[in-house]
Each structure stands twice: as C-alpha cells, then as structure tokens.
Design a protein around this ligand. Structure first.
Ligand code: FBP
Length: 535
C-alpha cells in the first residue's frame, strides 16, 4: 500500500494513554440507569442484560480505578473485533489500542479481525491481527485493514451463525465498533450470547462522523473531530474563492444524516453566510444583494429533508408502505396509498428526489439521505423565489449558485491528534472491560476537557441509551440519536453570531488539520463548548 511522507510521519505519533490504563486497575460500579424511553418494554426484550441474580439493576455505570493488582487471573484472552457502518477516522487506532491492551494483559492473547463488517462475523470471514501488520496502520485513516459493512445480525439464523463463529474461535468477547444502530445490534448480540450460555462478551465502541452518538456518558463519537476539520478546511477555501471571484453562491451539503452536528461545527469553524433552512436563504440573499453582495456560502445538513414537517410525514408513510410490501417501483400504487397531503407533496417533488425517497432503506431501516441532492433542490427553490421577487421589483441582485456535497472525503482522513488519542484510549478501554468479563456495555472515555493522561475510562450499559422507535413498520428498541439541541452551548454560540456572519464577510479559513504546533491538540468547538457547559 502506498504511503505519503506525512502518513509515514504519523506512524510514529504516540497517542497519550490515560493514566488509569497504564498500570493495574479494577472496575468500580457506579449509578444505576434506566433506558431513555420505554424502560419496561426494552428490558422485556433484553431479559438477560436487564436482570441480575442478586436482584439489583444491572444497568450500572462502571469506571476503572487504579488498583494494586488487576484482581483477576491474567490468562490469554481471545477477542474478535468488527467495524460496522460508515468509515470514521481513527478506526484503526481503536483496533490497535485493543491489540496493545491485550498484549500487555497477556502476550499469548489473540485478536481476530472480522472482515467487511457484521457479515464477516456471520460468515466467519476473518484474519488474525498481528503486531507487525497493525504497526503499518497506526494513526492512519480508513477502515481498509479489515473493512466495514452495514449488515445487521438480527434474524434467528444470523444470530446462530454469529454464535457458531464465536464458538469456532472460542472467543471471550467481540468488540463492535459502530454507530447507534450498530451498537443497538451489539446489545442484541450480547443478549443472545448470554441466553445461549456462551462465554463471549460484547462491548461497543462509539464511532460515527455524524456526532449523533453521544449522551451524558458518551461525550462524542470518534471521527467527528477529524471529519469536521476536513470539511472546514475545504469550506474555508471555497469561502475565500467566493470572496475573491464575487460571482457565486456555493450551496454545500454536509454529511451527518438526521443530525446537524457536522453542519453546526463547520459553521462555528468557518462563519458561513448561512447554515440551514430555505426561506432564510432567500431572505439572506436579498439582504446581501442590497449591499451589493451577490455571493456567499450556505451550509446544508444532509438530513434537512427529514426535518421539513411535510417531508418527514411523507417519509414515515413511505416507510410503512414499504414495510407492508407495496412495490416502490410502482409510483402510481405508492401515490394511491398515501394520504392526500403526502400524495400532493410526493407528486410535486423532482423525479430524482421521488426515486431517492423510494430507494431501498439501509438494513437498519434508515432513508439513505446521502443520496438526496437537497443542495440542488434548494438552489432551484431559492432561484424561483428570487425570480418571483425580481418580477415584483423587490430583488435587484443576481443569483448564480454552485452545488457541492462534502461527505465521503471526510471519513477516511488521517485522524486528528484528538481522534488518534481518543480512539487508542477507546480500544484499550474496550480491552479492559473485556478483561474484567463485562458485557452489554459501551466503552467510554471521559473528562475530555483535561489532558489525555487525566482522561477517565469506563463503560455505560447499551440498554441505558435505548428508547423505542418506529422502524420498518414496528416499534423497536434502538439507541437514541442525539440531535442538535436548540439551547445547547454550540447552538447558542452560533445563533449569537449568525446575523453578523450573514451580512459581514467574516469568513474563517481554518486550513488543513494540524498535527504539530499550538492548535494540534485542539478538539472540535462543539466538544469544547459542550464540556465547558457541563454536557
Ligand atoms: P454511520 O452512522 O454508520 O457512521 O454512517 C455515517 C454516514 O457517513 C452518514 O453520515 C451518511 O448518511 C451515511 O454514512 C452514508 O452511508 P454509505 O456509506 O452507506 O453511503
């Protein structure tokens, strides 16, 4: 595999390890938690993960504390690891952190990497991960060491296949590195293994560039920091181009599914003229035209369509129809089954968006919003609105726009120092939870506002992050996605400046990710603001 000079230099970066992981440690049990919603229903669907022999609530937080010894026999462990869902910078460091922990725990330990995501677990498609190969992936982007996939292990025959694999390798545990849906699946797997009397434990690791897998116990998912830095660099470059050429509006759609965390962070980093909503865009363009400014940058979260009330109602109806077996290729049949309001909206959408909304859902039941070109739709709608205003004599400017989508290019960058360090700690945390025989937890690394050596390490019950959601025509227990909170510190910071940024050209071009120098260890503004606000 080719490697650049910078890539080679990054091989030698040594992520700082939290002090608690450097020596012997033991598990300390903390508070008990309830699920975020539907506690009774969720617990009834996960009977083993939600009951304990001594009658105490097993939804207990755990943390590591230094100890004079590990308190358990340090026998060789056999662990599996799988990457699940979209790529996110830092994934290799999680695997390497896990491997390093295992080697310290007992050099006779084995790490089995399952290939191409959960399908690798079901098909027992794997490779044994050894130090020599792993060393070439330290601090590198991508998931290509073992690759990922979006399959779900949920049907009885799929769970049985996973069980067979776990037995074949005599696994003490499997670490699932994934987003909200993949970690929901990790809980399903943990429950199944307990029910079947397997010794195989399951621990999740929070991954997704979207930044929507976070809560009181999980400060951030890995990958968000790097992806936002990559997008912000390019947005900054485009802003300077816009200010120099003075002839285009750039409509930039950003990845991130339903949640707009990426858009918000990139807005805080780059100060665009606008981040969000259609009517606001037209007003801002007209206002700037009065100042003789016919250019700017507008950031659009890819999940915007899901937030337009009528579109989200339409998507919910389409989900039900598709779950009930209505053929999405037959648009006449689809329209016939919709409510009049949704049918009207559907027929008024462009043919491209209509077929994107009818595309097959991913295995977890999500609309594939990355394929919906909202930026082009918005350019068209804003153009129509401004043409109408021109005819009415209320708009005297020009409107020429270019569309961009930044998504995949941010998912495999060399991880930032923050992500490289965070991921290494997460991998080691997963190893520590496994060594302690824990299951059904997400590995957590907290106290991120402090220097990395002071970071704390623990685990949060996967069930405690769940609530019930309508998926494929049924209410299902899933890990709750974190959306941008209107009163949150990052949002307040944005709203305090947005009016100024709309009119003034205060563009901020952050440049490429810095690996050395004063800004190298700065994490995202979102995280800094949230932690200072006491998330
Ligand atoms: P995960 O939630 O699995 O991390 O995926 C994140 C993401 O990058 C989304 O932002 C995007 O909508 C989606 O993956 C694209 O999926 P695909 O890689 O299947 O095109």
């Amino acid at each position: 595999q080719g490697i650049s000079a910078l890539g080679r230099e990054r091989l030698h970066f040594i992520p700082c390890l939290p002090e608690v992981l450097r020596g012997p440690h033991e598990i300390e049990e903390g508070d008990s938690r309830e699920c975020l919603g539907g506690h009774g229903v969720v617990c009834s669907l996960f009977p083993r993960l939600s009951t304990s022999q001594n009658g105490e609530s097993p939804l207990k937080m755990v943390s590591l504390r230094p100890a004079s010894s590990h308190g358990v026999e340090q026998r060789p462990l056999r662990l599996g690891v799988v990457l699940s869902g979209g790529q996110a910078p830092g994934g290799h460091n999680v695997i390497i952190g896990l491997h390093d922990y295992l080697q310290r725990w007992h050099p006779g330990s084995t790490l089995v990497g399952f290939l191409s995501g959960p399908r690798g677990v079901m098909r027992n498609d794997y490779k044994i991960l050894e130090a020599q190969e792993l060393d070439a992936y330290r601090n590198q982007g991508g998931f290509h060491l073992i690759c990922s996939g979006r399959d779900k292990i949920s049907k009885p025959e799929e769970l049985t296949a996973a069980e067979k694999t776990a037995k074949a390798h005599d696994l003490d545990g499997i670490v699932v590195i994934g987003g909200d849906d993949s970690n929901t699946n990790a809980a399903v797997l943990a429950e199944h293994f307990l029910q079947q009397g397997l010794k195989t434990r399951v621990i999740g690791v929070p991954k997704t560039i979207d930044g929507d897998l976070k809560n009181a116990d999980v400060s951030i998912s890995f990958g968000f920091d790097t992806a936002c830095k990559v997008y912000s660099e390019v947005i900054g470059n485009i802003m300077v181009d816009a200010m120099s050429a003075k002839k285009y509006y750039h409509f930039i759609r950003l990845m991130g599914r339903s949640a707009s965390h990426i858009t918000l962070e990139c807005a805080l980093q780059t100060h665009p003229q606008l981040a969000l909503i259609c009517e606001e865009i037209a007003d801002m363009v007209a206002q700037r035209a009065e100042l003789g400014k016919d250019f700017g940058v507008v950031l659009i979260p890819e999940g915007l369509v899901e937030f337009m009330h009528d579109v989200s109602a339409l998507i919910a109806e389409l989900n039900e129809l598709m779950a009930a077996g209505v053929n999405p290729a037959d648009q006449t049949a689809v329209v016939a089954h919709l409510t009049p309001e949704s049918a009207d909206l559907f027929c008024n959408l462009t043919p491209g968006i209509r077929s994107e909304l009818l595309e097959e859902r991913d295995p977890h039941g999500n609309v594939q919003v990355s394929h919906i070109e909202t930026e082009k739709l918005l350019i068209k709608l804003v153009g129509l609105e401004l043409a109408r205003r021109k005819a009415a004599g209320t708009f005297g400017g020009k409107f020429a726009a270019l569309a961009h989508f930044f998504g995949y290019e941010g998912r495999c960058s060399l991880p930032s120092n923050f992500d490289a360090t965070y991921c290494n700690a997460l991998g080691q945390a997963a190893g520590a939870l496994m060594a302690a025989g824990r299951t059904g937890l997400m590995a957590t690394v907290s106290n991120l506002q402090a220097p990395a050596r002071k970071w704390t390490v623990g685990g949060t019950p996967l069930l405690s992050m769940m609530h019930l959601e309508r998926r494929a025509g049924c209410d299902r227990p899933v890990i709750k996605k974190a959306l941008v909170e209107m009163g949150s510190a990052p949002m307040n910071s944005y709203t305090a400046s947005r009016a100024m940024w709309a009119i003034q050209d205060w563009c901020r071009s952050p440049g490429p990710i810095q690996f050395t120098g004063p800004s190298a260890n700065m994490a995202s503004m979102t995280l800094a603001l949230e932690l200072n606000d006491g998330l």
